[in-house]
Design a protein around this ligand. Structure first.
Ligand SMILES: [Zn+2]
Length: 218
């Protein structure tokens, strides 16, 4: 497990993530290399599997048993090598009332075809796209106009989500909204990749129940 971060440890603290926040602003170096780090994608898969296990164990509110009924995905913005681990979004169907229960996810940000990691990392730079980002967007076949839409989503739509409206008051001082997601990433503490992992865990509730309405170029 890279950098000693174990999924269970990260997830167990999920309910008390507030205590993991930095008390002051720090500049977190954003490692774009993670987008080409297969081990990191495997770690995110393990975390999603753990979230799915929890969803299934919770069962349906009606008392029925949940059966696996994953959503197929055709992920974009990732290396071919990680694609096999990202072809389905974990979801369940109740055996009694047929209602869906979809797990929260650190891999997928809502119904987007692009992975959450790409949406965060490719836009998490205060000063805007660098030459590294431009090179990566070419390598991962993410059009520049898609990057621009992601930036607009962080600026205009994310602040309006019920998720953020409920969570924003926990950040003191308040997060600099025009600098999302960099200004949000900076609030999560930890060594190496931990702030990023914690941000993905923090964002995971937005992946269910709050549809992400961003249009994406195909
Ligand atoms: Zn049910």
């Amino acid at each position: 497990m890279g950098n000693g971060v174990r999924p269970s440890r990260t997830l167990n603290k999920r309910s008390s993530w507030g205590s993991l926040l930095c008390t002051r602003q720090e500049t977190i170096p954003v490692s774009h290399a993670l987008l080409q780090d297969i081990k990191f994608f495997e770690l995110l898969l393990l975390m999603d599997q753990e979230l799915a296990t929890q969803t299934r164990a919770d069962g349906c509110p009606c008392g029925g048993i949940l059966h696996q009924a994953n959503y197929p995905r055709k992920p974009r913005g990732c290396l071919d090598a990680v694609r096999p681990n990202y072809t389905s979004r974990f979801s369940f169907c109740c055996s009694a009332c047929r209602k869906r229960s979809t797990s929260t996810s650190v891999r997928f940000l809502g119904r987007r075809v692009y992975l959450g990691l790409a949406v965060v990392l490719m836009t998490a730079r205060r000063a805007g796209p660098s030459s590294t980002i431009m090179r990566l967007s070419q390598g991962l076949a993410i059009p520049i106009r898609t990057l621009q839409r992601w930036r607009l989503w962080w600026r205009d739509q994310f602040p309006q989500t019920g998720f953020w409206q409920a969570a924003c008051a926990r950040f003191m001082p308040s997060v600099e909204m025009p600098l999302l997601p960099a200004s949000l990433l900076e609030r999560f503490s930890g060594a190496a990749d931990e702030p990023l992992l914690r941000l993905l865990v923090f964002l995971s509730p937005i992946t269910v129940g709050h549809p992400v309405t961003l249009r994406e170029g195909r």
